[in-house]
Design a protein around this ligand. Structure first.
Ligand code: PGA
Length: 223
């Protein structure tokens, strides 16, 4: 099984998202290799749009095998009087995955290891699978994490992707369990995706910029 995660970050209006999903689903329908890969569990796509788009997209993709939805964050708090927070309880049933520990949130919003562990705990308590991002071997991986995305900060949104050798070395240094799903992210595009996908040690890709264009993202999934 190879995983392809589209991290839209803080992008796309409702109209743009509708167009994206329509183009994307049409693209899948017209590509028998991709369609079969999804049906046969050899490929899984996880769309991670901003919060306001989760409900409309979940309606559009319902019924499609191996196309899942994820959020880009979850609150450290339980539901209650917390203006602006989105706790795990409210996401339960809408999404199956959540990105936790992205370097943009660690750096800009000062998310600490303690907060990230709490987020993992909250997500797991309602059956949402964390996709835990690490910037390198220095970042600790909280207990219970089954999906790890290695994303070197210098490679994010820069057009400079890490080499396969470096990605595999980092994987080794992270010493995660052999059953952990290991992903790479950082300037992945249709020209370099194959480098990672051809390695049996890499289970998939976390794609930012190139996922904003549905056709480009689809081409990555068929590498
Ligand atoms: P990028 O972003 O593909 O634009 O480098 C990846 C990410 O930040 O998840």
């Amino acid at each position: 099984m190879k995983y392809f995660i589209a991290n839209w970050k803080a992008n796309k209006t409702k109209e743009e998202a509708d167009r994206w999903v329509d183009t994307f689903l049409t693209g899948i329908q017209s590509n028998s290799i991709l369609k079969n890969a999804l049906l046969e569990d050899s490929l899984r796509i996880i769309l991670c749009p901003p919060f306001p788009l989760l409900y409309p997209i979940s309606a559009k993709i319902s019924g499609y095998k191996n196309i899942y939805l994820g959020s880009q964050d979850v609150s450290v708090f339980d539901k209650g009087s917390l203006t602006g927070e989105v706790p795990a309880d409210l996401l339960k049933g809408v999404i199956q995955y959540v990105i936790i520990g992205h370097s943009e949130r660690r750096n800009l919003l000062h998310e600490t290891d303690a907060m990230l562990s709490k987020k993992v705990e909250k997500a797991k308590s309602v059956g949402i699978e964390p996709i835990f991002c690490v910037r390198g071997e220095q970042d600790m991986i909280p207990p219970g994490v089954r999906m790890v995305a290695y994303e070197p900060v210098w490679a994010i949104g820069t057009g400079k992707n890490d080499s396969l050798d470096e990605v595999l070395t980092t994987k080794q240094k992270l010493q995660s369990s052999p059953t952990t799903v290991f992903l790479y992210g950082g300037s992945v595009n249709e020209d370099n995706a194959k480098i990672y996908l051809s390695s049996e040690q890499i289970d998939g890709l976390l794609v930012g910029t190139a996922s904003l264009d549905p056709d480009h993202f689809l081409r990555i999934t068929t590498k």
